[in-house]
Design a protein around this ligand. Structure first.
Ligand SMILES: NC(=O)c1ccc[n+]([C@@H]2O[C@H](COP(=O)([O-])OP(=O)(O)OC[C@H]3O[C@@H](n4cnc5c(N)ncnc54)[C@H](O)[C@@H]3O)[C@@H](O)[C@H]2O)c1
Length: 347
């Protein structure tokens, strides 16, 4: 496939897929949508028609067996990520899978093993890692611009009712593998790891405040111990009203502070400011020459295509993501037992 666009089979054609497809469309020289699949046949057919895709499926395993593809992009609910990803890897297809990676550690491990045995790329769509602003924050922390990082405070809230009506699978732990911690914090904790380092111990509290969630928490608070000695705290919510989307991060070093705030207006770009000791807050410029553009979804899918072409590990590889998922599973265990839980590498 070298030199030719990566042929992608998109599986699950809902909200997440729309962002992936829009990014895919922008780079026809690198990416080509050649097959689509959704268990909702009408949605699969209408998507295929709109995008002039010939290969249309309602069964992911048939797409994997028969589709004219080099890779799959899995945007289904997470309860079926592992089965599809393992089948795709065994068939020699590269795999991009939405976050959270899967609903159990065993499933996550099976995905990593299948990809490594088959020699294909397994990448988790941790899109925040491909946002230039977060790259700039990470680089500033790594370069010691705020000295030694001592603490991180993250508040990431969402009003899910605006995006998905009650009854949608994300409200139900049986299809989502949990609530806000699984479906939302899997991305936020990954961002914490990306910015300041791995999480080594957690203690957590979860609550189901809105009873339209079925066995799934809509609020969670997690205390974090981070490799290297920093401490952190995370508050996530699915039913923050009326907040549409908010992602506030403050990182405290012993020589400065970085504040990154997405204002509660629905605007997605974080406003990032840096203050060094004795100084005022000033904007932190996001100059990231290795990222192709401003759009994190475009950066993400181009990175995937490049890793497939060059046979190298992505920045958000399945193997790397095991530690993010371990932190999530540890947080659930802590919430259930009332004790702090270590986050160990499972491989
Ligand atoms: N929506 C977002 O902003 C967002 C953000 C981050 C991560 N994600 C993740 O992306 C994934 C998809 O979420 P979504 O919001 O797009 O959900 P969605 O409900 O909007 O879309 C999911 C689609 O998958 C289809 N589907 C279900 N089971 C299938 C199967 N076995 N084979 C083929 N198609 C199947 C459904 O019919 C539906 O069209 C989830 O893992 C979610 O956590 C979504």
């Amino acid at each position: 496939m070298s030199g030719k666009p990566l042929r992608i089979g998109m599986i699950g054609l809902g909200r997440a897929a729309r962002a992936h497809l829009a990014a895919c469309d922008r780079f026809p020289e690198s990416l080509c949508l050649t097959a689509v699949c959704d268990i909702n046949e009408a949605l699969a057919r209408s998507t295929a028609q709109r995008r002039r895709v010939q290969a249309v499926y309602s069964d992911a395993f048939r797409l994997i067996d028969e589709g004219p593809i080099d890779a799959v992009d899995i945007c289904t609910p997470q309860c079926v990520h592992a089965a599809i990803a393992v089948a795709a890897a065994r068939a020699g297809k590269h795999v991009l899978v939405e976050k959270p990676m899967a609903c159990s550690l065993d499933d996550c491990l099976a995905m990593v093993r299948a990809a490594e045995e088959a020699g294909v790329v397994l990448m988790v769509a941790q899109n925040q890692r491909y946002r230039p602003q977060w790259r700039a924050v990470r680089d500033a922390c790594a370069a010691g611009v705020i000295g030694t990082v001592r603490g991180i405070d993250v508040c990431a809230t969402l009003n899910i009712f605006q995006g998905a009506a009650p009854g949608h699978w994300v409200y139900d732990a049986r299809s989502a593998g949990g609530g806000v911690m699984m479906s939302f914090a899997a991305g936020v904790l990954d961002l914490v790891r990306y910015l300041v380092g791995d999480i080594v111990r957690v203690s957590a509290v979860v609550r189901t405040a809105d009873l339209r969630f079925v066995g799934a928490e809509d609020w969670a608070a997690v205390n974090l111990e981070i490799a290297g000695g920093a401490v952190g705290q995370l508050l996530v919510a699915f039913s923050a009203a009326p907040s549409p989307w908010r992602d506030n991060v403050v990182i405290f070093g012993d020589a400065g502070t970085i504040c990154a705030a997405a204002p509660p207006s629905g605007r997605l770009e974080p406003l990032i400011a840096l203050a060094q000791e004795g100084g005022e807050f000033r904007p932190l410029r996001a100059a990231c020459p290795d990222l192709p553009g401003e759009d994190m979804f475009a950066n993400q899918i181009l990175h995937f295509a490049q890793c497939c072409r060059e046979g190298r590990q992505p920045l958000s590889s399945g193997r790397d993501n095991l530690l993010t998922m371990q932190a999530i599973f540890a947080a659930y265990k802590s919430a259930a037992t009332g004790s702090a839980v270590e986050v160990n590498s499972p491989l």
